[in-house]
Design a protein around this ligand. Sequence first.
Ligand SMILES: Cc1ncc(COP(=O)(O)O)c(C=O)c1O
Length: 377
Amino acid sequence: MSYPQRCWAEIDLIALRNNLAWLRHRIGSGNQILTVVKADAYGHGLKQIAAFLMQSGTNIFGVANLNEARDIRAVGRGWPILMLGACLPDEMEYAIKDNVMPTISSPAEAKRFSKIAKKMKRNIRVHLKIDTGMGRLGCTPGQAGALVEAIKQLPNLSLNGIYTHYASAEDKVAFSKRQRMTFAKTLKSINHEFEFTHANNSAALLHEPKSIYNLARPGLLVYGVMPPGKRTPPELIRKHLQPALSWKCRVSFVKNIAKGTPLSYGQKYVSPKKMRVATLCAGYGDGYLASAHGQAKVIIGDKLCNILGRITMDQMLADVSRLPSIKIGDEAILIGHKHNHCITAHQVAQWAGTIPWETLAAISHRVPRLYRGTQAA
Ligand SMILES: Cc1ncc(COP(=O)(O)O)c(C=O)c1O
């Protein structure tokens, strides 16, 4: 028996499936899709999303660490998994055992993997990363040719893929073009047939279609959220992608307050008039970004209501003065739409001075994910 919900996220699996279908269309026939499911599938729940994506036509999964890879293996065997983060030396044995493809940035990493794989009598497929401007992982374009030749000589390693990562495809035209050209030039200088060549995250899928190669690596778009930025995304995709996640909580208390009443920690907010205030069952302990205070809004009934005062660990306060009939147990929408109102992950991020990836990844484990729309796997 489960308790009634106080604060929960609803995941629309039909929206997720449609998003994936639109992305497949964008990526083009014959090309493959690596779905990025790190950070609990961007807060959507890794195991359920991975199982669903297996049924919905993803080819490869992208993860940040081995625990995420193991969660994917727990719901379906055999799917290729690429670890997008670097593998630590003491993790390598486990990556080989669990058949997770690592990202290689240096000869030292390749040698270590080869040595361990040989000792374990296993072969491992690896992807080489080229740093064209992100500055996180990868060898320099100038090192790539020699590193490829070195990897080809190493026993028990198979050089399966090569990739790069855009740093600001949503914003910067010239910088992205430079990254794209650098990667293309690097590929030309390398003498190896890779099964997979890939570069495009969500923003690059929208703005740099020339670098789709034969695999794309979207995260945010799969979940129906547009990467915000200065470049305008193609109308068709924008129209058809749908956020899969909505986030709701319930009203736990309602009261009328007099003018001059301070609300929440620090008394930063003092009511300017007589008001009606609802206490909501959600706070930063659920992952709602506390820095959104002062700007945040929620949908209650048919109204967009201001959040008043500081957001606390488990609760926040909403102005329901225009909702005389609101009562304990009613629903408030933190992310989602109702009537004419819509609050997106991007909107919450803007209120908090951050990015939508963080809004989603921050939704904590305390928040149950409820899957809607089709048979959840
Ligand atoms: C290497 C790599 N590829 C692809 C992605 C997916 O990015 P996005 O969610 O912007 O599509 C990420 C996410 O951060 C990443 O680190």
